[in-house]
Design a protein around this ligand. Structure first.
Ligand SMILES: Cc1ncc(COP(=O)(O)O)c(C=O)c1O
Length: 375
């Protein structure tokens, strides 16, 4: 028997699978039109079924943010991963187990000491590691400055090691999330591409082959004008989008695919507010696009049909979300037990709070898909 969202317990995580398919098709076409490989990031959804949709018509290669994701996806037939967090030696035994069972896992590093460590572990285990150099294209989270002494030294270390294969150079323009307009994001996207192409050229002209240039975030891959010189893109968030991306202009609000179903548990006409049972555990405490929309709060309150009520979740505690409701007529509708859907700021963080998606097609819940959490 198919259910409707109204029959679910709260909080639950709803996924509009029609929107997921449409978002995936758009990014897939963008990759094809630009002649680049698509290696979507699964960190957003951590879900095998969603990854199958996102990789349809492509090689099936994906990017992962945890080894737990890789292990779970490998158990479901995925064979080609990039583990997109710099590697540390203590994690190598799990990587080696994956490699020896026939799973390809590209690693990345930005540290000149790591090639020797990786080489030692590879030789001891009788495997080869494929290793990317993580480059900083302006985000300043991880990665080496392109062209710097550390960058060249690390690449040489990887290329010269018998147990390592230099996979190429990889970057992520996470600073695009702080762009205030489409033009600003397009500029960051152009720089992400150009910085990488110029650095690859520098390495190539000094005799080091660069097999792959890998870039990508959802804002930059949405707004970039061309991808000449790039081999691979790794966007992730675009399958779901969220209130943040819609406010940035990467999508419309009608493209956002996940919402948290919540119940009104309290209302007060005196204090002009309603409280729902989705707090910071269910929604995450990502502040969202506050630079563009100071009133975004922690999420948009939609009705069960998905229409924006105009209300916002203004504050959160662990299991409570507080919504200011100035209009008595609106508060009158929000009786205790009423269900609403909350479009949170950052879908990746929200999805990671749950064990499964309630898969929606139209108004019906048609399936339940697992979320592979952990590290
Ligand atoms: C290394 C790396 N690559 C790709 C992505 C995907 O970016 P987005 O979620 O904006 O699509 C991320 C996201 O954090 C990342 O850290």
């Amino acid at each position: 028997m198919m259910k409707t969202p109204d029959e679910l317990s709260t909080p639950s995580l709803l996924m509009d699978v029609t929107r997921v398919r449409r978002n995936a098709e758009r990014m897939s076409a963008r990759a094809v039109d630009n002649g680049v490989s698509l290696r979507p990031h699964v960190k957003t959804h951590k879900c095998v079924e969603v990854a199958r949709i996102a990789t349809e018509g492509h090689s099936g290669a994906v990017t992962a943010s945890t080894i737990a994701e890789i292990e779970a996806f490998a158990a479901h037939g995925f064979k080609d991963f990039t583990y997109a967090v710099p590697i540390v030696p203590a994690k190598l035994p799990r990587i080696i187990r994956l490699l020896t069972s026939g799973t390809k896992v590209n690693l990345l590093t930005d540290d000149p000491d790591m090639p020797a460590e990786l080489d030692k572990a590879a030789r001891a285990a009788g495997v080869d590691f494929d290793v990317f150099l993580k480059v900083d294209c302006g985000y300043h989270r991880c990665g080496v400055e392109p062209g710097s002494k550390e960058a060249v030294q690390t690449v040489r270390g990887i290329s010269d090691a018998a147990g390592l294969n230099f996979a190429g150079i990889l970057t992520h323009a996470g600073h695009s999330y702080h762009g205030n307009s489409k033009e600003e994001i397009a500029e960051i996207a152009g720089a992400e591409r150009d910085v990488m192409c110029e650095f690859a050229e520098e390495l190539r002209s000094s005799g080091i082959p660069v097999p792959v240039i890998s870039i990508g975030s959802t804002p930059t891959m949405t707004h970039v004008d061309h991808l000449e010189g790039i081999d691979e893109i790794r966007p992730g968030n675009y399958v779901f989008f969220d209130a943040f991306q819609a406010t940035l202009g990467s999508c419309g609000f009608e493209d956002c695919a996940i919402t948290v179903l919540a119940s009104v548990v309290h209302r007060s006409f005196t204090n002009k507010k309603a409280i729902v049972d989705a707090g910071s555990i269910a929604l995450s405490k990502d502040r969202g696009p506050v630079d563009i929309d100071g009133g975004c709060g922690y999420g948009r309150v939609l009705d069960l049909a998905g229409e924006d009520t105009g209300l916002r979740v203004g504050s959160l505690s662990q299991e409570h979300g507080e919504i200011t409701v100035e209009a008595p007529a609106l508060l009158d509708k929000l009786k205790v037990g009423t269900k609403v859907r909350i479009l949170a700021n950052h879908s990746c963080l929200t999805a990671a709070q749950f064990d499964h998606y309630e898969v929606m097609e139209g108004d019906s819940i048609v399936d339940r898909w697992e979320i592979h959490r952990g590290w």
